[in-house]
Ligand binder design. Structure first.
Ligand code: NOJ
Ligand code: NOJ
Length: 434
């Protein structure tokens, strides 16, 4: 089936399967299960990170839907999520704060050993709830939206006072300072400041803007020009010690999840250099990338040993990351079209060359044929990644966490909610390309 025909069909399946994982039978209202898989692996939990990224998509659905019934349906899901989140914040847990990574599906604390805290969680949750609050305001529900302010401010206060402390990364493995965590914390401070201005709390917004500035300085330290890419972790204090390359696709996910950042945006040539390095690395690392469609299946980081069941195996490419790489190219095409110009420098020149565009250093303007060729090349590349995912997933549209690096078969948690969300956000970006 041609991609154009498959995408709208898969879009419906992805949305349906995503919604099925929000408060399924046996869970509390507002809980978002990471996957229906209850053993090997057990993902039957509410992860704060996964839930925030998934509910962000539900905010979009709420804002976009035109039927009153649908709006009411999404609104109900969002309020339940907000209430469940508040309960998570107030439930005593082993992290001793909002950095606790996951909860049981009834909202009680998970007290087993785990990599904690994970401080991207409260930042992502704040971002999603702020967008929910803004959507309410746009739908003439400003009064109701105030009920979110305590929950939002609780997370923002935590981020603003704790971002200098090491925490576990989004892959729950390394204790240290991570680009992904820092960039979503940055985003939460910027969006949080705007939100608190709306509430008239200018003391807080000033403080958050100051944190955002310092976070930007910290983020810049992750660019290592001798290596030619943005490194994932600095100041490691614990957790796994075998990520020698410090090259991690989560840098690209961070750029996507912190969508309004001016530096480290999709246009930043340091990000392009990092993406290319990851692509080349995974291209040669995984057997499945040696055949099949042109698009490259992308994993977390080259040294990864987590195979979806245990950490004694071979890491594999992930669906949500491959979708994320697609989304990156769509978003870049869209941004360049808006900006009307592209500056080629020594860091992004190889990225464009890899797309088949041999461009000299300097500026390319909208109107030049090279400019539209660049946009075209980006959109084609985005589609290649989606074609790769299409090639490996089952005919019923089920999206698991991983694709086996040798055979391409799906593995790890089935019906991963975040996989569906990543597909839907990639399509949303694709629909906005020129
Ligand atoms: C499960 C985590 O969710 C995964 O990200 C990690 O790689 C393994 N545990 C090993 O720590
Ligand atoms: C393992 C992933 O590494 C982590 O990012 C995610 O939150 C959990 N699985 C749940 O999906």
């Amino acid at each position: 089936m041609p991609l154009e025909q498959w995408l709208p069909q898969q879009e419906k399946i992805a949305l349906k399967n995503l919604l099925r994982n929000i408060a399924p039978p046996g869970t509390a209202p507002g809980a978002v299960i990471a996957s229906p898989s209850k053993e090997n692996p057990n993902y039957w939990f509410h992860w704060v990170r996964d839930a925030a990224l998934v509910m962000d998509l539900v905010v979009d659905q709420y804002a976009l839907s035109s039927s009153a019934d649908q709006k009411a349906y999404y609104l109900n899901l969002l309020w339940n999520y907000a209430d469940f989140s508040r309960m998570n914040q107030l439930t005593p847990n082993p992290s001793g704060g909002p950095g606790e990574p996951k909860f049981h599906v009834d909202g009680s604390a998970f007290v087993g050993p785990w990599g904690r805290p994970q401080n991207d969680g409260p930042a992502l949750r704040a971002i999603t709830l702020i967008r929910f609050a803004k959507a309410l305001i746009q739908n003439s529900k400003a009064e109701e939206s105030r009920r979110l302010s305590n929950t939002i401010k609780y997370d923002l206060e935590y981020v603003s006072h704790h971002w200098k402390h090491p925490s576990f990364d989004l892959w729950e493995e390394i204790h240290g300072m991570h680009f992904y965590t820092l960039i979503v914390q940055y985003q939460s401070m910027v969006e949080g400041a705007e939100y608190l201005d709306l509430l008239g709390d200018t003391g807080a917004s000033e403080w958050y803007r100051k944190q955002a500035q310092s976070l930007e300085t910290e983020l810049n330290k992750h660019w290592e020009s001798p290596k030619g890419y943005i490194v994932s972790t600095r100041n490691r204090v614990g957790g796994i010690d075998y990520k020698g390359s410090n090259l991690d696709a989560s840098v690209i996910l961070g750029v996507l999840h912190a969508s309004t950042f001016k530096t480290f945006s999709v246009e930043d040539s340091r990000v392009a250099a990092t993406l290319l390095k990851a692509k080349q690395t995974f291209k040669s690392l995984y057997a499945i990338n040696q055949s099949g469609p042109k698009g490259i299946a992308i994993g977390r980081y080259p040294e990864d040993k987590y195979d979806g069941y245990s950490s004694a195996g071979d890491g594999n490419p992930w669906i949500l990351i491959t979708n994320g790489f697609a989304e990156f190219h769509f978003r870049l095409a869209q941004r360049l079209e808006k900006r009307g110009r592209l500056t080629i420098d020594r860091w992004n020149q190889p990225f464009f060359r890899d797309l088949g565009m041999d461009l000299p250093l300097g500026v390319i303007q909208k109107g030049e044929s090279r400019f539209s060729a660049v946009l075209q090349a980006l959109m084609t590349e985005g589609d290649e990644y989606l074609t790769r995912v299409k090639y490996h997933i089952d005919s019923d549209g089920q999206m698991a966490e991983q694709m086996n690096r040798w055979s391409g078969y799906l593995q790890g948690a089935r019906d991963l909610t975040w996989s569906y969300a990543s597909f839907l956000t990639a399509l949303e970006a694709r629909s906005k390309t020129p």
